[in-house]
Design a binder for this molecule. Structure first.
Ligand code: TYM
Length: 333
């Protein structure tokens, strides 16, 4: 039987190689399988958990749609829509926030990382953001949720919320407990400047990431400047535990070429990083440049992108409005 897929991406600009290799590439594979029903959401409600410029946000919503299309998601087969246009997400998040426990949310490591030292000044939305994410998934009875490794804890929370709701209201399997789909390898792409930090849109230095809108020259330049260590390329996969930058670059190379880390290590063992970087740059340009060109082309036709969203909103609303109606009846409204 096919899977019911749901996943989301925040429209906060700078979609990057981590988003692509960790999530979007997987969306495309799932979308290509005709047995699956896929829903891909531009999570604009999540985006405003940190301050956004309204004009930029509007552009970023379209750019995220353009990125989905440019990467190969078929909008005729799959639903692409923005979260804020389907009221059930905000309503569902409120009801589920009365089911989720403070103790559960207090354990979320992403909040701790994002809020940093100044927790008191973080928005309440940033804190309760995983509950909204649970509503996203549960409204569509999603069976599988493809994400990068950093979303694993949020998916566990989603499962806990679904189970508690079902228990509290003595319903078996009303909210479907979803399975995470996280690739075994290369599901956490690290910064090009620091092998201990995740590649992220919010990192100040643009050299830390490959953006999906980067040009060929930018990609090659960023790989040239990527941090390595003074030793030759590793001889053995075991060395990688101590050589995080080499591990990350070899991981990116393996993911792009669909090879194993072991084979990539073997191909470049003992060589200079500069030689490897030329090959890695080529692979990246082959993959990212066509996507980047297509994003730019699509952004020239805003009406087309808006039409995709409108169609998607209608279809998503059809599903979500029925589920939220049942949820409201169940809680006694
Ligand atoms: P977001 O917008 O931060 O990231 C979108 C997707 O990209 C993945 N990702 C990465 N994967 C590997 N390496 C990286 N460095 C990297 N950075 C990002 C993320 O894991 C994610 O899959 N809360 C979610 C969005 C969301 C969602 C949902 C996802 C909202 N509702 C429902 C699934 C289901 C987020 O902020 O992703």
């Amino acid at each position: 039987m096919g899977k019911k897929i749901f996943s989301g991406v925040q429209p906060t600009g700078n979609l990057h190689l981590g988003n692509y290799l960790g999530a979007i590439k997987n969306f495309v594979n799932l979308d290509n399988d005709n047995d699956n029903e896929c829903i891909f959401c531009v999570v604009d409600l999540h985006a405003i958990t940190v301050k956004q410029d309204p004009k930029e946000l509007r552009n970023n919503i379209r750019e995220t749609v353009a990125t989905f299309l440019a990467s190969g998601i078929n909008p005729i087969k799959s639903i692409i829509f923005n979260q804020s246009a389907v009221a059930a997400h905000a309503e569902g998040a409120w009801i589920l926030s009365c089911v989720a426990r403070m103790g559960w949310l207090n354990r979320m490591t992403q909040f701790k990382e994002k809020a940093g030292k100044d927790k008191e000044k973080a928005s309440i939305g940033l804190y309760s953001y995983p509950v909204l994410m649970a509503a996203d998934i549960l409204l569509y009875d999603a069976t599988h949720v493809p994400v990068g490794d950093d979303q694993k804890q949020h998916l566990e929370l989603c499962r806990d919320i679904a189970q508690k709701f079902n228990n509290d209201f003595k319903l078996e399997n009303f909210l479907k407990v979803p399975e995470p789909l996280i690739q075994k390898e290369f599901s956490r792409i690290m910064s090009l400047k620091d092998g201990t930090k995740k590649m992220s849109k919010s990192e100040l230095s643009d050299l830390s990431r490959i953006n999906l809108t980067d040009s060929k020259d930018q990609i090659i330049n960023k790989i040239k400047k990527a941090k390595t260590d003074p030793l030759p390329m590793p001889q053995d996969i075991k060395e990688l535990d101590e050589r995080l930058e080499a591990k990350n670059l070899l991981g990116i190379y393996s993911s792009l070429t669909n090879s194993t880390l072991q084979n990539s290590v073997k191909s470049f063992a003992g060589k200079n990083f500069s030689e490897f970087k030329v090959r890695l740059g080529d692979e990246l340009v082959n993959k990212i440049e066509p996507i980047s060109n297509e994003i730019k082309k699509l952004l020239g036709d805003k009406n087309f992108l808006d039409k995709i969203l409108l169609d998607g909103v209608e279809k998503a609303n059809n599903i979500a409005s029925k589920k939220i109606k049942r949820i409201k009846e169940i809680v006694g409204f």
